[in-house]
Write a protein that binds this ligand. Structure first.
Ligand code: NAD
Length: 257
């Protein structure tokens, strides 16, 4: 599978799943645009190193995905956008009657509204190019719920709904739109929570992983960022040409329960 000649924009990609997806797309030959809301030397170095490793053009563009105008400016600054991966996301956990309004607004803006703005800005470019792939990184929480995650679950269900609408609006074009729904993925963010949770519950790190984190993941194993990236590459392949408007779960059986 070669994505040579295609440019991919991955939102929220200076760490975790976004970076993993960017690496797999670059490995497949795509030029990549990395993004986050920061603008450090490390951000730009990350893109440089990724470009060197895979022999592709790689850039870093700062844009805050909580702001609609910056989402649209990211797509403009990217130039071409053949592949759009809407990945940026944050989490906050609280009972709904105590959920802080600023956290609710930030989650809805970053996890859902940014996908709307980036998709709206990218579609005309895909139409001009005559080809496009939109991959939304949703979640098992786009298909099911957990207590205390009202904003996250609402945003991810919203992304899954938007995925279907975009697929219908582009069905007769060589453009597809799908959502990947990961279960628990071992990102640096998740990794960092393990020792603290172990201390809190007086458990070993292995017990935290199996009994707390992976309680709902029947495989009792984390998905990896490489597996999410590989799924994104598949969705960009010719084999996936007729796959549109759907979700692919990478969740070790979570949503089969
Ligand atoms: P992460 O914190 O490692 O990555 C989030 C990325 O989004 C980072 O690059 C961060 O810089 C960026 N980001 C945050 N706020 C931003 C903003 N305002 N503007 C631009 N970029 C911003 O977390 P992750 O686990 O890699 O999560 C990536 C996506 O995968 C999220 O949408 C998340 O909901 C989803 N997801 C993660 C898991 C998991 O277990 N890790 C499971 C299901 C879904």
């Amino acid at each position: 599978m070669s994505l040579k000649g295609k440019t991919a924009v991955i939102t929220g990609s200076n760490s975790g799943i976004g970076l993993g997806v960017a690496r797999e797309l670059a490995r497949a030959g795509a030029s990549v645009v990395l993004n986050s809301f920061t603008d450090t030397d490390e951000d730009h170095k990350l893109a440089e190193e990724l470009g060197r490793e895979f022999g592709v053009d790689a850039r870093y563009i700062k844009a805050d995905m909580s702001k609609g105008d910056e989402c649209r400016a990211l797509i403009e600054a990217a130039g071409s956008c053949d592949i759009l991966v809407n990945n940026a996301g944050i989490q906050f956990v609280s009972p709904i009657d105590e959920f802080p309004l600023d956290k609710w607004d930030a989650i809805i803006a970053i996890n859902m509204n940014s996908a709307f703005h980036c998709t709206a800005a990218a579609l005309p470019k895909m139409r001009t190019a005559g080809w496009g792939r939109i991959v939304n990184v949703a979640s098992a929480h786009g298909l099911t719920a957990s207590p205390y995650k009202s904003a996250y679950v609402a945003a991810k269900h919203g992304v899954v709904g938007m995925t279907k609408v975009v697929a219908l609006e582009t069905a007769k074009e060589a453009i597809t739109c799908n959502a990947i729904c990961p279960g628990y993925v071992r990102t640096p963010l998740v990794e960092a929570q393990i020792p603290d949770t172990a201390k809190k519950y007086n458990m070993s790190e292995e017990e935290v992983i199996e009994k707390v984190m992976l309680e709902r993941q029947p495989s009792k194993a984390f998905a990896t960022v490489e597996q999410i990236g590989g799924t994104a590459v598949f969705l960009c392949s010719d084999a996936a040409e007729q796959i549109t408007g759907t979700t692919i779960s990478v969740d070790g059986g979570w949503t089969a329960l």
